[in-house]
Ligand binder design. Structure first.
Ligand SMILES: [Zn+2]
Length: 749
């Protein structure tokens, strides 16, 4: 009897000691040990720091602990939450302990204390923080985000909101792309024309603004409306734009510093300089602002006045930004005008430069030396590493995914490198069901960089804004991909866990929604691009979480905020095309999903003798833009493949025609996907089930077919112009994508 009593007591004790679940933190911390029980912050909770250097944390603490109330931060050691600098913490890292005695943060530095506050903010629930100990430090010292404010202007208040969000996800470098062909946004006292004239444009004649107006009209995309506070009246015209005064810049830099974030300015030269040339036409070779074959006409490096102008501008930039690094840009330079320019040719002769690429390098080096004389380190886009003549002091920002050679050049030359391959880190790229995990699965340190890992500073998400007109549009591009980049930069790669990450993403999207941010809503489940049914269908869509509102139309129009709300499954018995669109809880509309529903009969299987394993593949060397351009005859190679996949060998543009039979195990409506780059059309039983045609980046299309048990003809037309992705298979009821298995694929000799 006594023994039983003891066991029960032991069991009760065990229950009450169950460890707290781990908070859903992004980025995943290095080490988390959960306790049992919680520390409750009273409404008048107190915060203290060891010395006054940490007092600037106060606003960020209040922002992150808003659910627990607001507190004044004092110097001292006796408080609910205490902060101290502890040099024994790992570089950039911190230790956060929550015990019965209170919450203690020990951090290696001020920015590390900011990171600890971000973790604490993601751990608090109401006023309650779980007992735990987190020891955390970053993978990379450079965790950056770039915002292009030239193509579209963002106010300083918006920029500050973005910077604060960066801090919550442990980014520490804000790369501010301040100038480009489409707008000059930083006041330069020596040249007021740059902003007074170059900060504004006529949106009715500007190609990006015209495109965006079309999206507003066609897609009801209200995030593409130019914000009214960026429109001015001048000389009887409505102009669009804006700029930052030097005081604005100082305000943003100070704000970022309070969040442990360095601001890295980019003033792009010698290319991307139309806004300079419009006000100072004598600084380009032919004296007029225009476009060349590939890019805008650049500055003239043969002209001494160009150097003088550049150095004057940069002198003011150096004063405004108190950090080591300044970005020269130096990307995408159109050199054709330099060839015919006497000044450029004289410069080449003066320095025995072999060609115009050398002339570009000369310009970059001139400025690099000027940077160094002023105590600054130059960053440039990877075009500066095209040749081995690059100086070792410059930092190379590798962006051209398709040009690993420049990354290698820079590494072998000893340069420090920041990674932002456009394929993964460009936030302006359109999103789809697969885009988040594509970023999450990327490993920044590849085989090329492994021997040079010490030279990699970190990585960098970039938002170019040609087609991003508003703060809401920026939110849609940032989230959720910013979460993936946050983890790539901070967390140990061994901690990657796709299911766990996706679950945390949902928690964080819900927080963003509650804060009124826009974000890309996860794709709806339960519908395909092409759906089929026998007799009748139940149209049932599933959203990722409750706050999202789904609206739909069946009359072909794009759903708006006034369209019918989807609340329950809809039964149909005739052909119908639904347009579904998700809205955030604050009413911002996302993309529209079109789902075609067709009434069909079962396709009967075919009887074929002598089937052999695998699919028959015909390969065409050629460049195609649509699947029907792939010829019927005259293939370059023919082979049998056990899978529906991209061939291993090709390096050039190809077309493929794949044919065979798919074995279907039982009668049913089967769902299919094809995830491709570029175009693909897949047919089953003579019907086109997946239409993913045309040139595009990696994307998925889906469809269905009603098939009886047995063998059905299957075909895939596919072409590629770089990218090289071909995957296809079944979609299971729970939404899982399963590539066709070799034992399901057959062909006839
Ligand atoms: Zn010239």
């Amino acid at each position: 009897m006594k023994r039983i009593f003891l066991s029960l007591a032991f069991a009760v004790a065990l229950c009450s000691c169950a460890r707290n679940p781990q908070p859903e933190i992004i980025p995943m911390p290095s080490k988390v040990r959960m306790g049992s029980g919680h520390y409750e912050l009273a409404s008048a909770y107190t915060v203290a720091c060891q010395d006054s250097s940490l007092l600037a944390l106060e606003d960020f603490i209040n922002m992150n602990l808003a659910s627990a109330g607001q507190a004044d931060m004092l110097v001292g050691t006796d408080a609910d939450i205490t902060f101290a600098i502890d040099p024994s913490c790992q570089d950039g890292g911190y230790v956060l302990s929550v015990t019965r005695k209170g919450i203690s943060v020990k951090a290696a530095s001020y920015p590390a204390a900011v990171a600890a506050v971000a973790t604490l903010g993601q751990s608090v629930d109401g006023n309650s923080v779980p007992y735990m100990k987190i020891q955390d430090s970053p993978r990379f010292e450079w965790r950056g985000f770039m915002l292009d404010v030239s193509r579209h202007f963002f106010t300083k208040e918006e920029v500050k909101k973005i910077i604060a969000k960066m801090a919550q996800y442990k980014f520490n470098k804000f790369h501010w792309h301040l100038t480009d062909d489409q707008g000059w946004r930083v006041e330069i006292k020596a040249y007021p024309e740059l902003t007074l004239r170059g900060g504004f444009r006529d949106p009715l004649t500007h190609n990006h603004d015209i495109d965006l107006a079309g999206r507003v009209e066609k897609n009801n995309d209200l995030t593409s409306v130019l914000p009214a506070d960026r429109l001015i009246q001048k000389d009887g015209k409505t102009l669009y734009g804006g700029y930052y005064t030097q005081d604005d810049i100082r305000e943003v830099v100070a704000f970022a510093a309070s969040l442990g974030i360095d601001v890295i300015p980019e003033v792009d030269m010698p290319g991307h300089s139309l806004k300079i040339i419009e006000s100072f036409p004598h600084l380009c070779c032919k004296g007029t602002a225009s476009w060349g074959k590939d890019f805008s006409v650049p500055l003239c490096p043969g002209n001494d006045q160009t150097l003088e102008f550049a150095k004057t501008v940069y002198s003011e930039i150096f004063e405004l930004f108190p950090y080591d690094y300044v970005h020269l840009g130096a990307d995408e330079v159109e050199k054709s005008h330099w060839i015919a320019c006497p000044k450029c040719q004289a410069r080449k002769a003066e320095y025995s430069l072999a060609d115009e690429s050398d002339l570009q390098d000369w310009f970059v080096k001139e400025l690099e030396n000027f940077f160094l004389e002023n105590g600054k380190t130059m960053i440039g886009w990877d075009e500066i590493a095209a040749k081995s003549s690059l100086s070792g002091s410059a930092v190379v920002e590798w962006w051209r995914s398709w040009s690993p050679a420049t990354k290698k050049n820079a590494a072998e030359n000893g340069n420090k490198i920041i990674l932002c391959p456009n394929e993964y880190y460009y936030m302006d790229v359109d999103q789809n069901r697969n885009s988040l995990m594509k970023v999450y699965r990327y490993e920044p340190i590849d085989e090329i960089l492994k021997p040079f890992e010490d030279q990699v500073l970190g990585s960098h998400g970039n938002l170019w804004t040609e087609w991003v007109a508003s703060f809401e549009a920026a939110g849609h591009r940032y989230f959720p991909r910013m979460f993936a980049i946050s983890e790539l930069n901070w967390s140990d790669p061994s901690s990657r866990d796709e299911a766990g990450f996706l679950s945390r993403v949902i928690t964080h999207l819900r927080k963003l929604d509650a804060e009124g941010w826009n974000y890309r809503m996860p794709d709806l489940d339960g519908i395909y691009d092409q759906n089929v049914f026998i007799d009748s269908a139940v149209v049932s869509v599933t959203k990722a979480f409750d706050e999202i509102v789904v609206r739909y139309t069946v009359d072909g129009t794009v759903p708006t905020i006034d369209s019918q709300v989807y609340t329950e499954p809809i039964v149909i018995d005739s052909d119908c095309t639904f347009k579904f669109r998700q809205f955030t809880s604050t009413g911002i509309g996302g993309e529209t999903a079109v789902a075609v529903f067709k009434s069909v009969d079962y396709a009967e299987p075919v009887q074929v003798d002598g089937l052999e394993p695998g699919l028959l593949v015909r390969w065409f060397n050629g460049t195609y833009t649509m699947c029907d351009e792939i010829p019927q005859e005259g293939w370059d190679e023919e082979y049998v493949s056990p899978v529906m996949g991209y061939p291993v060998q090709p390096k050039n543009d190809i077309g493929l025609v794949v044919e065979g039979y798919l074995e279907i195990p039982q009668d049913g409506i089967w769902s299919f996907y094809a995830y491709t780059d570029d175009g693909a059309i897949m047919s089953v039983a003579g019907q086109e089930v997946v239409l993913n045609d045309g040139l595009h980046s990696r994307s998925e299309k889906t469809g269905q077919a009603a098939l009886r048990k047995g063998f059905h003809p299957i075909s895939m037309k596919y072409f590629d112009q770089g990218g090289g992705i071909l995957e296809a298979g079944f979609i299971l009821e729970d939404g899982t994508r399963v590539p066709f298995k070799p034992e399901q694929l057959w062909h006839k000799k």
